[in-house]
Design a protein. Structure first.
Length: 151
């Protein structure tokens, strides 16, 4: 690393979310309620990256995300890298991926879908992870990740 590169302080325990598209950073902050935490949150925005043109990075001290939070994150920013830190050491590193099935997180945009007319959880299958295409279990309506509305 050259002397001119910006660094974000290390955390003793917590989670690093790396390779966030810069345009999605503030959506990730809202989605994970990081604006409401009392823990230290460090963010880098429009950082240079070999993997992507520019990226954002978020470090959250003393916070480890649930599977539901990671599923919500995958809906907004699939393929981010999640790094778990304990005692300043990386103990786990993984790619966040879309789950095969998404229950209760996405609203169906079909106004005739039963989930929009009855009190029940929505249920979508990921039919094409590469394009981010979801299919409603009840009405077979297809949704693209760029157009979904989170519940």
């Amino acid at each position: 690393m050259s002397a001119k590169q910006l660094q974000i302080a290390a955390i003793e325990n917590g989670t690093v979310i790396d390779h966030i598209p810069s345009s999605k950073l503030f959506q990730v902050v809202r989605l994970l309620h990081l604006d409401e935490t009392t823990e230290t949150v460090s963010m880098g925005y429009n950082m240079s990256s070999r993997k992507m043109r520019s990226k954002a990075v978020v470090k959250v001290a003393n916070r480890f995300f649930t599977d539901e939070e990671l599923n919500r994150l995958a809906l907004v920013t699939p393929d981010v890298t999640l790094v778990i830190i304990r005692n300043y050491e990386v103990v786990e590193k993984k790619q966040v991926r879309l789950p095969e099935e998404i229950i209760g997180l996405v609203k169906c945009s079909n106004p005739k879908c039963i989930t929009n007319n009855e009190p029940m959880l929505t249920r979508f299958s990921v039919i094409n992870p590469a394009t981010g295409t979801l299919k409603c279990h009840y009405c077979n309506h297809e949704e693209e990740l760029e157009r979904i509305k989170l519940l």
